[in-house]
Design a protein around this ligand. Structure first.
Ligand SMILES: Cc1ncc(COP(=O)(O)O)c(C=O)c1O
Length: 421
């Protein structure tokens, strides 16, 4: 939750403001920017007395008070707009939250130490013993673990639906269903669901609709525009964009975020101010990066189509994607991830990875460096073939997180590895 930020020079207190004017005298006059690209760059904590240009880093665990009475007042009300301790709030973290909330079209947000902390905090805040959650079966591996191993321990049941058959959702709804959860596009299968259609269904049945928007980022898709209640991210991915720090964020209405804030404040999965500083600086280049990731990815996906060593290529903006029309409706580009099936099954996938010369072999994604991964032999190797298929992972599936290198260099490395696989 964003609180106000102390302005050390004169003790005034101000929320992060958009620095849309070059005139420092008017810095505290918020001039709403029209374009999110500008907001991502110009929203900034109010300048301190040092007159810094880049945003400052408030690397502090706690905050001080002028008097015992002021300190007592700060502790008397959990929702008071004042910084106390960085597990509760911090100006640098608030700046990061304010930016993401603005870009997603949300009223407010909370930030967490990892994407999984964002997912878990959301489940823990809004689900109670006896409740039921409906989720797409194609979700990130650790989210699958929370749904199947931990939630049932606390009396929370789940049902999965296949993202290629969303009509089935309706039959899964019971009076106990309190939340519907999707990643769109999903990791790693790139399945897509119609956010607007699901949000209408949720509204009709009084179900909280949560979207993991990690693969798209707000630069490509804003699920709240289509009716989602809460949007969350692993900020570790494209939001950082250079594979440096872990982070998570959840945004939504003030009413929902306040409940999340109290959970995070009291249980402690808060985002570190240092990581928030890295992430808020990263947001300045988010739009330009996502455009280039998508341009490279689209070129690579198109060039790989029909390759004799590949059975199929999947990319949201390729017309053969099963949910191409939905992707075009709710995404401004296809994002930075391409998947394809190398012929030769699990062994074919391994041979491909071993033949790569430039692409990194690592499980992260959303980096300026292109990355290749083979879920069947790594992240999902402990699942049975049937379980893998259920979450959209075929034996030779390769996930490419297309980076910002020259398109030809990325493509040439993939082509030469395919020749050898
Ligand atoms: C779609 C998605 N959601 C959540 C997460 C978890 O994020 P983190 O690794 O920051 O905890 C990931 C990580 O890869 C992811 O891909």
């Amino acid at each position: 939750m964003t609180t106000t930020s102390p302005y050390f020079a004169n003790g005034e207190v101000d929320a992060p403001v958009s620095l849309c004017s070059n005139n420092n005298d008017t810095i505290d006059k918020y001039m709403p920017a029209k374009h999110p690209e500008t907001e991502a760059i110009r929203i900034q904590t109010k300048q301190t007395g040092e007159k810094e240009h880049a945003t400052p880093l408030f690397l502090t665990s706690s905050f001080t008070y002028e008097s015992a009475e002021e300190m007592a007042a700060a502790f008397a009300d959990d929702t008071l707009d004042v910084n106390i301790y960085s597990r509760f709030s911090n100006p640098t973290v608030d700046e990061f939250i304010t930016k993401i909330a603005t870009l997603e079209g949300a009223e407010d947000g909370i930030a967490t130490g990892t994407g999984m902390a964002a997912v878990f905090s959301t489940f823990m805040t809004f689900l109670n013993n006896g409740d039921h959650i409906i989720s797409a079966s194609a979700v990130f591996g650790s989210t699958h673990t929370i749904l199947t191993k931990y939630l049932p321990k606390w009396g929370i049941s789940y049902s999965y639906f296949n993202m290629n058959d969303p009509a089935k959702i309706e039959s899964l709804i019971t009076p106990k269903t309190k939340m519907l959860y999707v990643e769109t596009p999903s990791n790693p299968g790139l399945d897509i669901v119609d956010i607007e259609w699901i949000s209408q269904l949720c509204r009709k049945n009084n179900i909280l609709f949560v979207v993991d928007n990690c693969f798209a980022t707000p630069a490509v898709q804003q699920p709240m525009k289509f009716g989602a209640d809460l949007v969350l991210h692993s900020a570790t991915k494209f939001i950082d964009g250079q594979g440096r720090v872990l982070g998570g964020v959840v945004v939504g209405s003030k009413e929902l975020v306040n409940q999340l804030y109290l959970f995070v404040r009291n249980t402690g999965p808060s985002l570190s101010p240092f990581n928030a500083w890295v992430l808020t600086k990263s947001l300045e280049t988010l739009y330009i990066r996502m455009d280039k990731h998508a341009e490279n990815a689209m070129t690579i996906a198109s060039k790989l189509e029909g390759h004799p060593k590949i059975s199929w290529v999947k990319y949201p903006f390729l017309p053969n994607h099963p949910q191409y029309e939905i992707a075009k409706k709710q995404m401004s580009n296809g994002g930075g991830i391409v998947t394809f099936e190398v012929k030769g099954g699990v062994e074919g996938g391994r041979r491909f990875l071993n033949a790569l010369q430039m692409l990194s072999m690592t499980n992260n994604l959303g980096d300026s460096r292109s990355i290749a991964s083979h879920p069947a032999s790594t992240t999902h190797s402990k699942l049975t073939d049937a379980e893998r298929l259920e979450v959209g992972i075929t034996p030779g599936l390769i996930r490419i997180s297309v980076g910002l290198e020259h398109t030809e260099d990325i493509l040439n490395d993939i082509l030469q590895a395919l020749e050898k696989s």
